[in-house]
Design a protein around this ligand. Structure first.
Ligand SMILES: [Fe+2]
Length: 303
């Protein structure tokens, strides 16, 4: 089968055909995928038969595997590998609506069958992963759990020149206390005022090291007190974040992945955000994810 990139036709996303990612990639295939990734931000490989070790190997091939920030919270709270939350391999995150006996549930100790907030993975750690690789092991049929992505280069580029200039000097403190369904992480303390928000500070616009393009980097948004713009007083921070979030998640920037079993999606956390809609909680949805190690965040430069 010849190698092919088939763009989704939306603001981001492409299918890659003709590459078997269940085996180590040769240099040429790796360059082909990297090139397509930089062009399309989110790549889909269908009908892949992978083990957890393959997901780690793939992360290694694109920069090294990174352990998810959430893992330690679960371990600190006493979860073990029998809990269904903590994977056997540290580089694997289990994303599933199953309980520990393997039955689908509305709620479990993870994000269950809930709709998620828009977010970029692990923005609440000092060095967020540059990419994520998500493998659909069991997926619902016509049962939701679709994953949508937004192009944050495009969102940045459509801002006014005055806004672009204003954002160059700004940073967000990223609240680390909650998961992407809005639940408080086990053992974490939810802030009761802005001063209690714990997490790293990152530039609100970042420069992509490979493409040199600027992208909005908003992380995730919860009801305050939570992530805020450090250079602004609270009310001004809320107003600007409201405006930027409404702008960044417009339909014109979106592509949605409707899962088929054995789909693999590889996305770039530096220039995209993602979410998922609600899952029919009577159907099992089980995914395993690896993270690709991130380089230190590069602040944007003037356009
Ligand atoms: Fe995510």
């Amino acid at each position: 089968m010849t190698r092919e990139v088939i763009p989704s036709g939306a603001a981001l996303g492409a299918d890659i055909q003709g590459i078997d990612i269940s085996k180590p990639l040769n240099d040429d295939d790796r360059k082909f995928v990297t090139h397509a990734w930089n062009d399309h931000l989110v790549l889909r490989f269908r009908k892949q038969y992978l083990e957890d070790e393959d997901l780690i190997r793939l992360a290694d091939e694109f920069g090294g595997a990174q352990v998810a920030g959430s893992r330690q919270y679960y371990i600190n709270a006493g979860y073990d590998t029998k809990s269904g939350r903590v994977s056997r391999l540290p580089g694997i995150t289990i994303v599933s609506n199953l309980d520990k006996d393997g039955k689908p549930e509305k709620e479990n100790s993870g994000t269950g069958s809930s709709e998620l907030f828009w977010h970029t993975d692990n923005s609440y750690v000092d060095n967020p992963p540059k990419g994520s690789i998500l493998y659909g092991i069991q997926v619902p049929i016509n049962g939701g759990g679709d994953t949508s992505f937004v192009n944050q280069y495009a969102a940045y580029e459509e801002l006014s020149d005055a806004m672009k200039k204003r954002l160059l000097a700004m940073h967000i403190r990223h609240d680390n206390s909650r998961n992407t369904a809005g639940g408080t992480r086990p053992t974490a303390k939810r802030p009761t005022k802005r001063e209690e928000v714990d997490g790293p500070t990152h530039p609100i616009v970042r420069k992509h090291p490979d493409t040199g393009r600027n992208a909005l980097y908003l992380g995730r948004r919860y009801a305050p007190p939570s992530s805020y713009i450090v250079e602004l007083p609270q009310d001004d921070s809320e107003a600007l974040l409201d405006e930027l979030w409404a702008h960044a998640t417009q339909d014109k920037f979106v592509w949605t992945q409707v899962w088929q079993p054995k789909d693999v999606i590889m996305w770039d956390n530096r220039c995209t955000m993602h979410t998922r809609n609600k899952i029919d909680h009577t159907q099992p949805r089980e995914m395993h994810r690896s993270l690709i190690k991130g380089e230190p965040i590069i602040p944007a430069t003037a356009p």
